[in-house]
Design a protein around this ligand. Sequence first.
Ligand code: ATP
Ligand code: MG
Length: 363
Amino acid sequence: MGKVILTGDRPTGRLHLGHYVGSLRQRVELQNSGEFDKIFIMIADAQALTDNADNPEKIRRNIIEVALDYLSCGLDPAKATIFIQSQIPELCELAFYYMNLVTVARLERNPTVKAEIQLRNFGKSIPVGFYTYPISQASDITAFRATTVPVGEDQEPMIEQTREIVHKFNSVYGETLVEPEILLPKNAACLRLPGTDGKAKMSKSLGNCIYLSDTAEDVRKKVMSMYTDPDHIRIEDPGKIEGNCVFTYLDAFSCCDHFAEFLPDYSSLEELKAHYRRGGLGDVKVKKFLNSVLQEVLEPIRARRKEYERDIEGVYEMLRRGCDVARAEAAETLAMVKRAMKIDYFDDTEMIRRQSEMYRNAQ
Ligand code: ATP
Ligand code: MG
């Protein structure tokens, strides 16, 4: 069995630094490692509609934004199949059958969904589609027989749910589905990148993002007004690193070369942190350094985006081809699933022959 990747993003907005460190950067590395037989990258529009049903225009508009972000980060359609979830109806069919293998109590226990329900103030009015999106995600992953799912930490409960569905399916209907593994970023700061406001997660829904397509000036402004240590008032005060997102971002993005290039008074991030803890190092200096680091990361991404923006029709054509490839793959899995579940009546010519013999003999 080959190694297969499936991962994706909701087209609820442009992609941000959280996506980049949580999943996108690693995807590009994995894509270029040559270790994977197939790579599927999904724009999860059907999932995005589960909590945006009344705003289809927002989802429609963001398909191209996410596709442009992908291409500008280095995802390569020659190596990875980029496709749109809603164009693969087989995914809905799989989810419909998996629903029989999951209890309401099990869905209720999902901590990520619980937090998201609270964030969206759904109260008791939770759309059923939103509530069951972990099941739909299980069909996305298994449809492509994915072995590896590179995502951020918030997705851990979804992959766990998928693995449970795979176990249950295989034990009831026979060995059919592939059990996926989650692949988290190695760097702890990247598991769940905080927002520029210091909140636990940078998220489109919270409006605390630095977007990959922000202009250099927007990035600079966002960095300069970022949350740090509220008790670090004068330069000489000792400062806190924990919960100080400027340092979390440096953990996620900076390397030794950045010090040589932009802040040669220090040789490493540890040295910079020690100075901040002791006191005598101002926020502005650290923020200016972070800005230089981020601009260096983002500049080539912005430049590539400009190139792809010149050929939007070409980008849609790439997506259309991706959907065709993805659909063929999902259809193969669905056929396997239907066979295992014994709902492949017309393909089972042996059954039809046996039954017709039985009825003929009884006449
Ligand atoms: P929404 O608010 O619409 O849910 P989002 O910003 O949470 O959007 P998603 O599309 O839900 O983004 O997430 C896509 C991928 O990016 C997932 O793998 C998720 O784990 C990862 N991701 C999103 N935000 C972060 C973050 N702040 N840190 C690390 N990974 C993240
Ligand atoms: Mg999310």
